[in-house]
Design a protein around this ligand. Structure first.
Ligand code: PGA
Length: 249
């Protein structure tokens, strides 16, 4: 049985005042909650891990550098993230691939660093609108998967998030058939490289405009094991119903 995981990506939103949302979320968790990972901006990591102490919410970062330390002004390393008590790190989000020209090779090196620090890497992949229109979706996803995942991926150190770029923050959601097609494809591709045992155990999240209103039907897809949620993870009132939908899926 694969774990169900709901990850919240706060992106560049929230100051210390937003930590109260963690408290509210901990009180709103459903019965038999899924694994919940909140990824706040890095200045909040220490306080966030303190805030969730004793409740089943975990904390993650949104990026890391591939090296453990050094002359990299403005960057943070996986070791530093682990030092805060965080357990996860999002890597290769399309906003970073776009704004910082992160390549699959960059993401792969970062994943290796994350594993070295004992973190679970949430590796994001997804096609653009133009790539989907051109019928290249599976080819793009396959290449990103091959290039971004180091050898040695397991269900313990890796989570994959499929996030079509055109669905992020837009309110547009792929059809259930489109989500099913890509998630089935990812599962098969992982099986071909890592073997059926690892592929069957590795959690695959869908991301892009997930909300309480569409969560249940997305979670009903066989190879969807949870979600990576941006906008709807910022407020406990919005995120809690998504957790409930996942718990009941
Ligand atoms: P969204 O973002 O839920 O606001 O569409 C998802 C993401 O970027 O991870």
């Amino acid at each position: 049985m694969r774990p169900k995981i709901a990850a919240g990506n706060w992106k560049m939103n929230g100051t210390a005042a937003a930590l109260s949302e963690l408290d509210a979320l901990s009180r709103a968790l459903p019965e038999n909650p899924p694994q919940v990972v909140i990824c706040p901006p890095s200045p909040l990591l220490f306080r966030a891990t303190d805030a969730v102490h004793g409740c089943p919410i975990q904390i993650g970062a949104q990026d890391c550098h591939a090296e453990a330390s050094g002359a990299h002004t403005g960057d943070i390393s996986a070791t530093m993230i682990a030092d805060t008590g965080a357990t996860h790190v999002i890597l290769g989000h399309s906003e970073r691939r776009d704004a910082y020209r992160e390549t699959d090779a960059d993401v792969r090196a970062k994943a290796q660093a994350a594993w070295g620090a004992g973190l679970t890497a949430i590796i994001c992949i997804g096609e653009s609108d133009a790539q989907r229109e051109a019928g290249e979706t599976l080819q793009v996803i396959g290449a990103q998967l091959d290039g971004s995942l180091p050898d040695g991926a397991t269900a313990e150190n890796t989570v994959i998030a499929y996030e079509p770029i055109w669905a992020i923050g837009t309110g547009k959601v792929p059809s259930i058939a489109q989500i099913t097609e890509v998630h089935d494809f990812i599962r098969e591709r992982l099986a071909a490289r890592f073997g059926a045992e690892i592929s069957d155990a590795l959690p695959l999240l869908y991301g892009g405009s997930v909300k309480a209103a569409n969560a249940a039907e997305i979670f009903a897809v066989e190879n969807v094991d949870g979600a990576l949620v941006g906008g709807a993870s910022l407020k406990a009132d919005d995120f809690a119903p998504i957790l409930t939908a996942l718990a009941q899926s």
